[in-house]
Design a binder for this molecule. Structure first.
Ligand code: AMP
Length: 214
């Protein structure tokens, strides 16, 4: 029996994904908010959950440490998706990847703007598409702080309600992409272990549709 490892991160994605897996008949046997275990067995002997950092999910699945992953589209776009297929949108953890800054910032002015972000690849691609020269500053968190101390002119970050931007005097300026969590599958595993993976995907797809029509 080959075991299917499902990589996912703690927090919002884990909480919103769990009911979908439960509807597909798979439930973890431990709680990652209280357990320090990084491999959580499930009620099925052939399925277990791996708790990894959100930005590491595509890497685990790409290199076969996990056969399936649950990951935000923002993380997936930044990773590039090599070695992965993306068969299912779970329609959870929705937000938008945005360019944000002070309301009076001239995006198309003469000045070469500095953009702080953890999404370096997405940012480079977005500004190149608009033929704008920018300097990208890599940060790992609290992007909203950077313009307040003149570290940058703009940020690229995920925005949900916009409350964090507003609380810091910033506004969304440009939309880059709509984001939600996706199922990703290791391309090779989909061929070698097709039947159990396809069955699981089908059940998840039904659970997503049922949730949406509820
Ligand atoms: P909000 O104030 O509702 O716009 O939320 C923005 C903050 O929450 C930002 O710091 C984001 O990094 C984070 N955030 C919002 N939505 C998501 C999401 N779906 N996934 C990950 N982080 C998010």
């Amino acid at each position: 029996m080959s075991v299917i490892n499902i990589a996912l991160s703690k927090g919002r994605i884990y909480e919103e994904t769990l009911p979908l897996f439960a509807a597909a008949g798979i439930e973890p046997q431990d709680d990652p908010s209280t357990s320090r275990k990084l491999i959580l067995p499930s009620n099925r002997p052939d399925v277990q959950f791996l708790i990894v950092r959100a930005s590491d999910v595509p890497t685990y699945v790409q290199h076969g440490g996990a056969q399936i992953g649950v990951v935000g589209k923002d993380v997936l776009m930044e990773h590039g998706g090599e070695g992965l297929v993306e068969p299912l949108d779970l329609h959870i953890a929705k937000c938008r990847l945005m360019v944000a800054g002070y309301p009076d910032t001239q995006l198309d002015g003469q000045q070469r703007l500095r953009v702080a972000t953890k999404y370096v690849n997405c940012t480079r691609e977005h500004f190149a598409k608009h033929a704008r020269q920018v300097e990208i500053i890599k940060l790992y968190g609290s992007m909203e702080l950077a313009p307040l101390v003149s570290l940058c002119d703009l940020i690229v970050d995920v925005v949900d309600s916009g409350a964090t931007l507003a609380a810091n005097g910033l506004v969304p300026l440009e939309h880059i992409a709509d984001i939600s969590s996706r199922i990703v599958v290791n391309r090779a595993a989909l061929k070698t272990n097709n039947q159990p993976i396809s069955e699981l995907l089908q059940k998840l797809e039904i659970a997503v549709k049922e949730k949406q029509s509820a």
